[in-house]
Design a protein around this ligand. Structure first.
Ligand code: GRF
Length: 200
């Protein structure tokens, strides 16, 4: 059984979908802990499932490195096989990424490498793109620049605003994320190999 830690900042709707999927006894992964950089609304989903949570508030640390070191400490208590960033709105310091990569994945609401960064949905709209998408990647030390594990296109519809478009992208993100976690758990997807291939 693959053990997973999920890190969030917000409402945790993607976390919720992963928790629901993992509640199926046939699903080959279990979420062992949910962490956040703030008092995230999404903690409620973890609590509903009786899953432990931890918070490492960014504002309590002088530097990103110190914050990341504490986050790393908290993660290592649980020894997860995989770390999922699901709406964590903070860049991780290199030390933490290096410690976990390639066993650390992120979901992103755009078809990477298009529209990386914190405003992927807004940027796609501002660019007048006819389509955008959703991606799941291995986290590396760039901004949404790691090896792509799964992605799918989502059309931009006339009249879309950022919220409407994001709400159409999220179900695709969830499906891709659940599928990636399942494939990692079954051995169908080898993160070390995916990471090595991307460096060729
Ligand atoms: C997702 O689109 C994620 O990729 C982005 O923030 C959203 C998280 O939403 N960075 P939620 O917290 O899972 O509802």
């Amino acid at each position: 059984m693959l053990t997973v830690a999920v890190l969030i900042s917000g409402t945790g709707s993607n976390l919720r979908a992963l928790l629901d999927a993992a509640a199926d006894p046939e699903f080959p992964a279990r979420i062992v802990v949910v962490g956040a950089d703030r008092e995230a609304e999404g903690f409620a989903h973890a609590e509903e499932y009786g899953i432990p949570t931890f918070m490492v508030p960014f504002a309590r640390f002088d530097t990103r490195e110190e914050w990341g070191a504490e986050l790393g400490e908290q993660l290592s208590v649980w020894q997860p096989d995989l770390v999922v960033l699901s709406g964590l709105m903070r860049l991780l310091p290199a030390g933490l990424v290096d410690a976990w990569s390639p066993r650390i994945v992120n979901t992103h609401p755009a078809y990477l490498p298009e529209f990386p960064g914190a405003h992927g949905v807004r940027d796609a709209l501002a660019a007048g793109a006819a389509q955008t998408g959703a991606s799941v990647i291995i986290v590396d030390n760039g901004v949404d620049s790691g090896p792509i594990l799964a992605q799918e296109r989502v059309p931009v519809l006339p009249g879309d605003d950022e919220h409407a478009l994001h709400e159409r992208i999220k179900p695709v993100e969830r499906r891709l994320l659940i599928d990636v976690v399942r494939r990692v758990a079954t051995g169908d997807l080898d993160l070390a190999a995916a990471s090595a291939d991307a460096q060729l």
